[in-house]
Structures are given as C-alpha cells and as structure tokens.
Design a protein around this ligand. Structure first.
Ligand code: ADP
Length: 154
C-alpha cells in the first residue's frame, strides 16, 4: 500500500504547546508527518532554524511517524519534493482562516493534487502563539505553560 505523507509547515519560532497538540492530531491521519521548519533568509526569525528544528525534534522524539526537516523556498515545492499529498495547517480563529484560505488557494493553483487540510485548535490552546511566547521571553516571563517542556531557552 502507498504511504500517505503529509507536511506541517511553519516557522515554529519557537514551537508552542498549540503546535504540538495539532501536529500530533495530524500525525494520526497519515503514515508519515513531516514537520517542515521554514528557513527563508528573507523572513527574519527570532531563533535560528537549527535551534527551532532541535526543539521540534526533541518534542516529537517519541513519535515514530513524525519527522522534522528544515526547508527553504516555496512550501508547495517542498511538499512535492517529499511526495506529500497533504499540507496540514492549524486554525485558531477566523483571522487564521482568512489568511490560511488565501495560501491554500494559491497552493492549489500551483499543484491541485496536494490538498490542504485544516485542523481546529482546541479551545485550551487557541490563545497561544509564537509571537506572544517571544514577547514573554523578551520580558523574562515564564513560558512553561505555553511551550513543550523540550523548549529550553538559554
Ligand atoms: P507561520 O509563520 O507559517 O504562520 P507558525 O509557526 O506561526 O507558522 O504556525 C504554523 C501553523 O500552526 C499555522 O497553521 C498556524 O495557524 C498553526 N498554529 C499556530 N499556533 C497554533 C495554536 N495555538 N493552535 C493551533 N494551531 C496553531
């Protein structure tokens, strides 16, 4: 039987408990889920890609069908390269939906064989975002409620 492969792309700057929760849900729908860490030089990140990747790898070390890879360039091209049939994204709100819809429609023009699948965030995680976590870090606050325990800020 053909392996079903999906990617879950994002910046993960840093990975949050919201990401973790939704990635585990996505991993149950495919044989292999690749967490794709965007490493585009034009998009300035707070943490280097290598660090973002390590945190994600440590977060999913006990999940056999979740792999973490870095990528640059267009997400759709990365999905093609990995023979993925699905792109998973998370939705927290209508704001996310409007933004995600535009990206998903653009991707489907570029490759209509690759389907974008949205997974709704649990209410518990709906308020967590990497940008809020970064703000807490910048102000020396406690992020332990918002990120997986594997995210260690030094
Ligand atoms: P990007 O910079 O590409 O938007 P992010 O790392 O911020 O990447 O997010 C990656 C994906 O995870 C997006 O689909 C986003 O909507 C989703 N996401 C982010 N935070 C949460 C959360 N708390 N619950 C569910 N999905 C989330």
């Amino acid at each position: 039987m053909k392996n079903k492969i999906g990617i879950f792309p994002g910046s993960f700057d840093p990975i949050t408990s919201g990401h973790r929760h939704i990635i585990i849900k996505a991993s149950k729908l495919v044989d292999l889920l690749i967490v794709a860490i965007g490493d585009n030089s034009s998009k300035k990140s707070f943490y280097p890609a290598e660090k973002r990747k390590k945190w994600a790898e440590n977060t999913f070390k006990n999940y056999d069908n979740i792999l973490v890879k870095k990528y640059s360039g267009l997400t759709i091209n990365f999905a093609e390269k990995e023979n993925a049939e699905f792109i998973f994204r998370g939705l927290r709100s209508t704001l996310d939906f409007e933004y995600e819809k535009q990206i998903a429609e653009t991707n489907s023009v570029m490759n209509k064989e690759i389907e974008t699948i949205f997974i709704l965030s649990d209410r518990k995680y709906g308020m967590i975002s990497s940008s809020i976590v970064r703000e807490i870090i910048k102000n020396n606050g406690d992020i332990s409620e918002f990120v997986p325990k594997e995210v260690k800020i030094s």
